[in-house]
Design a protein around this ligand. Structure first.
Ligand code: ITT
Length: 198
């Protein structure tokens, strides 16, 4: 049975494209723009879970429809998990990928332990209940930027098991390792099971 289409409560097209590459024809998603919802959703909380919940909750109330959101962050061991939930606005009040990378590389320039991980938390609002799904990708931070693909911190992150940055990979290769892919697969498995039973 085909799964019902669902709103992805995000304004980030990179995220939507990566998720669509994982979903293929299993599930179709509508971004906020495609659903005709033109708002910036606040992310005021100090955990990925709470921010994901804020985004899906706002859109669920506004649209009256099932939806899901995700909040993601880069957690660097030598910085005790920074930038984490602040990943989008690490350097400035406005999101700026290049400034964020510059600040990160500067902060850990003398650090030899470059261990880091990306973490994604999906919040799903489905028929009046909320469900969470997590995906983690372990890896390390490079000393310089490499590659042009992807977004955010992709030019300075090498996932475990690879020898190049996410930004040197196409989307399908990034999705072999990606935090977002792992969380999305859990979402799909859950939805298939849910609609089989309901
Ligand atoms: P939403 O509309 O979905 O909120 P956003 O870009 O504001 O989109 P987040 O609040 O989740 O998304 O911010 C996460 C930040 O973490 C994002 O701006 C990037 O800087 C970084 N990030 C998240 N996932 C990433 C990935 O796969 N590769 C590189 N950087 C990533």
């Amino acid at each position: 049975m085909a799964l019902p289409s669902i709103i992805f409560a995000s304004n980030n097209l990179h995220k939507a494209n990566e998720i669509r590459a994982v979903l293929a024809d299993l599930l179709s998603i509508q971004t906020l723009k495609e659903a005709g919802i033109l708002i910036e959703i606040p992310e005021p909380h100090d955990t990925l879970e709470a921010n994901a919940s804020e985004k899906s909750g706002v859109i669920n109330k506004l649209s009256g429809k099932n939806c899901f959101s995700e909040d993601s962050g880069l957690e660097v061991e030598a910085l005790q998990g920074e930038p984490g939930v602040k990943s989008a606005r690490y350097a400035d009040n406005e999101p700026h990928y290049k400034n964020n990378i510059d600040k990160l590389l500067q902060k850990i320039k003398a650090v030899t332990d470059r261990t880091a991980r990306f973490r994604t938390v999906i919040s799903l609002q489905l028929d009046g209940q909320e469900y969470f799904f997590e995906g983690v990708c372990n890896g390390r931070i490079t000393y310089t930027e490499k590659g042009e693909e992807g977004f955010g911190y992709d030019p300075v992150f090498i996932p475990d098991g690879a020898s190049k940055t996410f930004a040197e990979m196409g989307m399908d290769e990034k999705n072999i390792y990606s935090h977002r892919k792992k969380a999305t697969e859990k979402l799909v498995t859950f939805l298939k099971d849910y609609y089989d039973k309901n």
